[in-house]
Design a protein around this ligand. Structure first.
Ligand SMILES: [Zn+2]
Ligand SMILES: [Zn+2]
Length: 109
């Protein structure tokens, strides 16, 4: 954690040995090693979540979309909602006109 000394505005690294300074909503006393003045700080640990609906995890119908992979033979199907990935089926390879990985490897020879 980094903070600035409110007196001399030097950036400080708080030493968290023994868990010092982690408790939230409490004033922690600290002595600035630069100017020698004491000050207090409060810790606020914030987590950030970004929720998105994933209907497919509830009703089981994933919305698989073709990934844009190069070479295209290595494309997969990825669900636009939950991010699940799976290999293309043979039917999908025909539908999207994409050969198998093996056919790509063979074409390199
Ligand atoms: Zn200071
Ligand atoms: Zn899904």
């Amino acid at each position: 954690m980094d903070l600035e000394c409110p007196y001399c505005e030097q950036e400080l690294d708080i030493c968290h040995d023994d868990g010092f300074g982690y408790e939230e909503g409490v004033k922690h006393q600290y002595e600035c090693p630069h100017c020698g003045k004491s000050f207090v700080f409060e810790t606020s640990i914030s987590f950030y979540y970004e929720p998105e609906k994933a209907d497919c995890l509830n009703d089981g119908n994933h919305d698989y979309q073709l990934t844009h992979t190069y070479p295209k033979e290595f494309s997969k199907m990825r669900c636009s909602m939950c991010g699940d990935e799976r290999e293309m089926t043979d039917e999908e390879r025909i539908k999207f006109n994409i050969g198998t990985k093996q056919s790509y490897m063979d074409s390199l020879r």
